[in-house]
Design a protein around this ligand. Sequence first.
Ligand code: GN1
Ligand code: MG
Length: 365
Amino acid sequence: MESNIQQDYETNMKEETIKYIFNSFNHGSNYLSHSELNTGHINDTFFVNTDSGNKYILQRINHHVFKDVAGLVNNKVLISNHIRSKFSNVSEEEFTKTNLTFVKAKNTGLYYHKQNVDFWNVMVFIEESITYEIVKNEELAYEGGKLFGAFLNLTSDFDAGKLIEVIPKFHDMSFRYYQFQSVLQSASKERLFKAIDSINIVTDLKEEMHILQNLKESGKIKLRVTHNDTKISNALFSKDNKGICVIDTDTVMPGIVHYDFGDAIRTICNSAAEDEANLDLIEFNVEYYKAYKKGFLEKMELSLSSVELKYLPLGAKTMIFIMGLRFLTDYLNNDIYYKIKYPEHNLVRAKNQFKLMQSFTNKYK
Ligand code: GN1
Ligand code: MG
């Protein structure tokens, strides 16, 4: 049985495989059915329905990207428990309805299950929650701001030193430039030719795009717990568009406030999806920027320094840029990192981000 399952799930995710892995977690329910959620670019995510009526999210963690899965899961659980400790008057059942909670694996008691080379974890599904890829009104931008601001606020008294750096130098600009410059040496002529405009943008902005990193390294901007993947699809909303909670805490680790502020702006203020190929449809929405910032500062303002506040707009530009740079680097590197749906998907994403960044620069005065 075990070896059959192994063969199956290396080629495709058969129902038996998902069932077997899911039932190795201690949720007290039995698997009924599942469906795959095709949202993230890194992990594989499944929605699981059970005989008890409870629903779960089962995730296969990409261990090529996340080298220390145990450390990653430990980070997520530490943060989840810290948030839990702030709601001591709320019952476990109630907390689980509006917050990210993890399920332990049977036997090992760990929050993940290791199946030969693959690692899995299970979270309780939050009922009646919805996610958005694109923001369609200011209210949602404002609610998103409150959610990501609240996450930083709730974790602001957590000792960031207890978290491992899940992906070392994740938002480090010098490191991302280094990867980019290395790949320029090995990329195919064809890809270099197709990407020439984007390559020139990256080359021209080198100095400006290092400002935040320099402030961080000189200690002028402090390190805190940051989420590091605050795209709007990582926020859950209720049907009436109120924020519920932030999800996908895979990349929680020490960082600066600008990472989370800027990465959220990157998706909230884009009039199109991050992989829209028609650049004419991409425009930076300043009204959404203001609404997001208002919600974010309502939760954060008192704990931000004047330097942190002053550089929030540059945080937006820098995070839009760094994502374009990473997509471009992966395109030049023959698409080894992000999941792609067609050959030029990463180049389209990169051009999209640079168009958004230019629109931000033109509109934000
Ligand atoms: C990746 O896998 P997902 O969708 O949560 C990436 C983020 C990018 C994002 C762009 C570990 O996130 O940094 O912002 O794609 N995560 C990792 O959509 O690289
Ligand atoms: Mg993520």
